[in-house]
Design a protein around this ligand. Structure first.
Ligand SMILES: Cc1ncc(COP(=O)(O)O)c(C=O)c1O
Length: 429
């Protein structure tokens, strides 16, 4: 396997792009070497510019849940293109996608479409403040909620990978209303409520995906929601990653919890730029034009993206792949654990449905601190060996791997073979 063309493009890209990437998670900073440049993808496979094929467990960091270029999505998008790309006025497909989304989340009467997960969350936070008239927001360390200033503290993967404590350019004032709690630790939330009486809500990734996969323990979410109700504060579920992925109704359906405000992204656009935030009527009526909370977007509800989203969610509902995800996820988990045992490598695997990842540590990982006990140098060795053996992984210890409904037994064999080679390399590193 050679990466000649990728390396050449990387050098060329450095001139006019920052680090030759448009999102830092795509840089290979923590695993060494240069980023791969991708030419195309189809089904479970992604192909780089050198013609190397990989089973894709990145899936554009989650959106490609049906695999790449599903024929129904491709058809719907191609048809939409024939009618125009953007109108600055409403279309029927926005209503159709809104209905699919609201039907999936019982607490959601209305939804507003935006263009990314970041926009969805920053709008959801603004809405929580508008509705409650309070300013402070609690977030959990290790959870990432997009790159808005207020939440760019203790923010998981990209920042952890680059070893940045936060971000330059974020003024202190922008984070002064952000309080940090520890994932899976309700006491750390209660402590803030004991000290502050102006907390609008708590934002959480209901299944942590940006510190590696971290699973809520012992009804953490249910207990959190119950507690917030006693305080008149809102639960804001950042389901950008888990929405329509953990279950059709997101992690909330899986965990039997309902959030007050839900933020979505990734899968709802099926690979096109869509985000959304939604809630029950009394909350959403605060959003302009019904209420005084302003939020807008030139390309929001874009017709091509709406067509991609409707086709993706319609097919997803039909396939209902969640049992299959559980089955395949469990198989890959066992492959990882047994191979690690075979080569005497310390490994913890966290998995929830179609999101999983290995941590190179003996420690149980239930929060960001424990995630950071993972040996990232071992991960780097593992990563490159997986690449060389045909499996495309996120180039960071702290990113989740994603499964698509297109995965086949043959793909699992490729994964198993790569894991064997990679674990052997780790053992000898
Ligand atoms: C949980 C979560 N929230 C928000 C975001 C931001 O979404 P986007 O990258 O589409 O702005 C992400 C991105 O990975 C995410 O995982």
């Amino acid at each position: 396997m050679n990466f000649k063309k990728s390396n050449k493009l990387y050098k060329k890209g450095l001139k006019n792009l920052v680090g030759a990437v448009n999102s830092p998670v795509r840089a290979f900073s923590s695993v060494g070497g240069n980023p791969l440049f991708i030419k195309k993808a189809k089904g479970t496979k992604i192909t780089d510019v050198d013609g190397n094929d990989y089973v894709d467990l990145v899936l554009s960091y989650g959106p490609m849940i049906l695999g790449h270029r599903h024929k129904k999505v491709q058809k719907a998008v191609t048809k939409a293109l024939e009618n125009g790309y953007s109108f600055g006025a409403s279309t029927e497909n926005e209503i159709k996608l809104a209905k699919i989304v609201c039907d999936a989340f019982p607490e959601m009467d209305k939804v507003r479409f935006v263009n990314s997960g970041t926009e969805a969350v920053l709008s959801g936070i603004r809405l929580a403040r508008a509705f409650t008239g309070k300013d402070k927001i609690i977030k959990f360390s290790g959870c990432y909620h997009g790159h808005q200033d207020a939440l760019l503290v203790a923010a998981g993967s990209g920042l952890a990978t680059l070893s940045l404590p936060g971000s330059k350019g974020v003024p202190e004032g922008a984070v002064k209303n952000t309080l940090i709690a520890e994932y899976n630790n309700l006491e750390s939330v209660k402590k803030h409520f004991a000290e502050h009486n102006d907390i609008a809500g708590v934002i959480i990734e209901p299944i942590g995906g940006n510190m590696g996969v971290v699973i809520p323990q012992n009804n953490f979410l249910k207990e959190l929601k119950k507690y917030l109700e006693t305080k008149g504060a809102l639960l804001i579920a950042d389901e950008v990653m888990t929405g329509f992925r953990s279950k059709f109704g997101g992690a909330q359906e899986l965990l039997c919890v309902t959030a007050d405000i839900t933020c979505l992204g990734k899968v709802i656009g099926g690979g096109f730029p869509v985000g959304a935030y939604g809630a029950r009527n009394e909350i959403m009526e605060n959003v302009a034009p019904l209420g005084g909370m302003y939020q807008a977007g030139t390309l929001s509800g874009n017709p091509i993206a709406m067509a991609g989203g409707i086709a993706t969610l319609t097919e997803l509902r039909k396939q209902n792949p969640y049992d299959k995800f559980e089955e395949i996820g469990a198989i890959i988990e066992v492959i990882l654990l047994e191979t690690a045992k075979k080569y005497n490598v310390d490994l913890t695997v966290n998995r929830f449905g179609s999101m999983l990842n290995p941590f190179f540590t003996k420690t149980k990982v239930t929060n960001f601190e424990e995630a950071q006990t993972s040996d990232t140098e071992k991960f780097a060795v593992f990563f490159w060996e997986m690449i060389k053996n045909g499996v495309f992984l996120p180039p960071s210890q702290f990113e989740a791997w994603f499964l698509s409904s297109a995965l086949t037994e043959k793909d699992i064999k490729i994964i198993a073979n790569a894991v064997d080679k990679a674990m052997n390399a780790v053992a000898n590193s």
